[in-house]
Design a protein around this ligand. Structure first.
Ligand SMILES: [Zn+2]
Length: 234
């Protein structure tokens, strides 16, 4: 036989488990979690876009500097070409000038690409930002509704906890430790009756009578090897 206070305590834990399970199944609890995930995704996307925008800004500044530098070289070459009379030198300078012009065209292409990507980023940023207010208000609404549902069961939860605290005073420490250890592993109920002298009242596993008798020799309970519950004789 197990202390009746322990069994009542366990029964109350069962009610607490049910309350918690119902809250987790609450529509607003589930929707709130979905809203939160969507908000997080938006925020991550915005952060990623912002980081890319910073990169592009740096790239653009470098490209603009390159344009400046090449333009200066081109101006210089153009001036030099004006002063040359030797055909070989003129050809050479023209070749140099064309190289610079080609380089300038490349950098300008790069600038165009950067500006284009920047525009795309700004567009996506606006689209994603526009989604956020709806998500935030949806989250808040579900949060309020869920908190209301949680507040409704709160008095009963407090009552159960107070009852359990009172019962705990009369429960044997060793017994309670055994209970806690098994219960913390997610098992409920922990204490189950022995059925028909050979069966676990939790998982219904049949055991040889001799083994059961040996386990119970001098002890008020035994552990089910199959489900880990603690079996007691009624
Ligand atoms: Zn069992």
């Amino acid at each position: 036989m197990i202390q009746k206070e322990m069994l009542t305590y366990q029964q109350l834990d069962g009610e607490l488990n049910r309350i918690e399970r119902d809250l987790r199944k609450n529509e607003n609890f589930i929707k709130r979690r979905q809203y939160k995930a969507a908000m997080q995704e938006c925020e991550e996307t915005l952060a990623r876009l912002e980081a890319r925008a910073v990169e592009l800004k740096t790239q653009l500044a470098a490209a603009q500097q390159a344009v400046q530098r090449i333009s200066e070289v081109i101006d210089e070459h153009t001036r030099e070409v004006g002063t040359l009379e030797d055909e070989d030198e003129l050809n050479y300078m023209n070749k140099k000038l064309n190289e610079q012009l080609a380089e300038l065209a490349n950098v300008e292409k790069d600038v165009k690409r950067i500006l284009h990507e920047g525009e795309e980023i700004a567009k996506t940023f606006d689209e994603v930002s526009a989604k956020l207010p709806r998500l935030v208000s949806g989250y808040r609404k579900c949060d309020e509704e869920f908190n209301r549902a949680a507040a409704e069961v709160k008095p009963r939860v407090n009552e159960i906890r107070a009852q359990q605290a009172e019962l705990r005073k009369s429960i044997d420490d060793n017994l309670f430790n055994v209970y806690k250890k098994v219960a913390d592993g997610g098992v409920y109920p922990v204490f189950v009756p022995l059925e028909d002298g050979t069966r676990c009242g939790g998982c219904r596993m049949e055991m040889p009578k001799a083994a059961v008798d040996a386990q119970f020799a001098g002890k008020p309970y035994m552990r089910c090897e199959h489900c880990g519950r603690i079996i007691f004789k009624q």
